[in-house]
Design a protein around this ligand. Structure first.
Ligand code: ADP
Length: 480
């Protein structure tokens, strides 16, 4: 008997109105273990209606910022109380190793804690204007916000996008990814337990083509937040444009880690590997390109090769170096890249654990180099455990190659030269730069988002509170 998960709409747990369901499969063995509602436009419609009622005159709309903050903080505490349960669900649903799933749940709690604390610390301003006037700028919620999230970090991205929206007083409708959506559904149940009023949080599962598209085009949505692929992001943005609403898009990347010859090898080698194998490379901010100064290229490639050969992909409950990929579709996509006829030299590959079930979607972590900066492996987001190394001559060359893709999300710079650190950080086209470190994931405090094909808009940090609110100018003529 497969466990059934339900939508949360208007404070009630519900099946899809059509009664249809989808199987949820575990990536580690490919077997179904749960069922979720296969929702349609009718369910999305009910959720948007409930959110509208909550934000217009429902209990939610009458809560103060302090009240909203307290609910978010309480939800963060409940997440930690349920750490073990949520960790096992997340690991089983995504195939990621248990320790990574646990980190994700802890980070999820941290989002609720951070935005719980910030809800009452952001406001508008008054402006100097003519003496007989008072001019003020109010910061208000958009109203009903729509959120479409991917399968790679279901719990974290749920919290990343919902917590600031709720802190600002929006009512939310979220559509998680059909491949992995159990923690978002569980988190919605915990939110109800924390006391979030009916209609403030609505979570509706289903496919992208049915439920996702219905949410993106719904006329009752005031702002859309999307995290996923550039292709789907473009269709979501087009739907937003048709309804004349704004959206934020977080669409992935081809993030470079730039290693200068003066950097300390003992500090960066491990992080270069972790930066791309975390979540089996299925991370938008993965450091999937390594650019190395030519004098050090051979030495760095050798160091990476021995580390790659020691890696093992395996079932989530064995807590391996990396887990299976999310689906067979994703595995095939990655294998196509590994087998491109004009691929660069394959330097090293890790292993798949002998205990890995045959039905799991495992891919051996793979290192390529030297790769031309123009090769497809250097230009395209693979979303798998694949690292591509390219050499550069000097600082100018490094910046040119780093900026030479359509993406711009995150970058890492490894050098001890302080002037160079700042020059390069300023010259890079992207949303986040790490110097002598790399932070794929985490960093609740740090504004995050991209340029170019990586998308636009900022989430995380206090910046997200701006994303999920809008300004209204009120000019009051009070006379002399
Ligand atoms: P992937 O190709 O890796 O699955 P997507 O960008 O398609 O990435 O998926 C991210 C999220 O967007 C998921 O929740 C998915 O269901 C949803 N989605 C997919 N297609 C559409 C669409 N046409 N409109 C709205 N949402 C969609």
């Amino acid at each position: 008997m497969l466990k059934r998960y339900l939508n949360l709409i208007d404070g009630k747990l519900r099946t899809a109105l059509s009664g249809r369901e989808l199987d949820v499969r575990c990536p580690s063995d490919g077997l179904p273990f749960a069922k979720i509602p296969a929702s349609s436009a009718m369910d999305i419609n009910a959720a948007v209606k409930a959110a509208r009622a909550a934000v217009d005159d429902g209990e939610w709309s009458h809560l103060s910022a302090v009240g909203r903050g307290r609910l978010l903080t309480k939800l963060g505490d409940l997440v930690l109380d349920n750490l073990d349960d949520l960790t096992s669900i997340e690991a089983m649903d995504t195939g990621k190793p248990m320790r990574e799933a646990e980190q994700d749940i802890r980070m999820t709690a941290r989002y609720f804690e951070f935005y719980g604390g910030s809800a009452d610390k952001i406001g508008g301003e008054t402006l100097p204007y003519f003496n007989m006037f008072n001019a003020q700028v109010l910061r208000e919620p958009h109203g009903v916000t729509g959120h479409i999230i991917p399968w790679n970090y279901p719990s974290q991205i749920f919290a990343r996008t919902l917590a600031p929206a709720l802190a600002m007083g929006n009512a939310v409708v979220l559509k998680p990814a059909e491949q992995a959506c159990l923690t978002p559904i569980q988190l919605a149940v915990l939110a109800r337990e924390a006391g979030f009023p009916k209609g403030s949080i609505n979570v509706v599962s289903g496919t992208g083509a049915m439920a996702g598209a219905a949410l993106a085009r719904h006329r009752g949505i005031d702002f859309l937040s999307f995290t996923g692929s550039p292709k789907t992001g473009a269709s979501v943005a087009a739907a937003a444009a048709r309804n004349r609403i704004a959206c934020s898009l977080e669409l992935g990347g081809k993030s470079p880690q730039i290693v200068f010859e003066d950097a300390r090898k003992e500090e960066y080698l491990h992080i270069l590997v972790q930066g791309v194998i975390q979540n089996a490379g299925q991370t938008c901010s993965a450091g999937s390109r390594v650019l190395v100064q030519e004098s050090m290229f051979g030495e760095v490639l050798d160091g990476l090769a021995s580390r790659f050969e020691a890696l093992t992909a395996g079932p989530h409950d064995e807590d391996p170096d990396l887990g299976a990929l999310i689906s067979n579709v994703q595995k095939k996509r990655v294998l196509r890249y590994l087998n491109l006829p004009d691929r660069p030299h394959l330097v090293a590959q890790g292993n798949v654990s002998p205990s890995a079930p045959a039905g799991g979607h495992y891919v051996r972590p793979t290192l390529f180099g030297p790769a031309s900066e123009h090769s497809r492996l250097s230009q395209e987001e693979i979303f798998g455990p694949v690292l591509v190394c390219t050499s550069f001559k000097d600082e100018r060359d490094a910046v040119r190659i780093a900026n030479g893709t359509e993406y711009g999300l995150v970058a890492g710079i490894w050098t001890r030269d302080g002037d160079r650190q700042m020059r390069v950080a300023k010259a890079l086209h992207c949303g986040q730069v790490f110097i002598n470190s790399y932070g794929a994931g985490g960093g609740v405090e740090l504004p995050f988002g991209g340029v170019g094909k990586s998308g636009h808009g900022r989430e995380k940090g206090m910046a997200a509170l701006h994303t999920f609110s809008r300004l209204k100018t009120v000019v009051h003529h009070h006379g002399l």
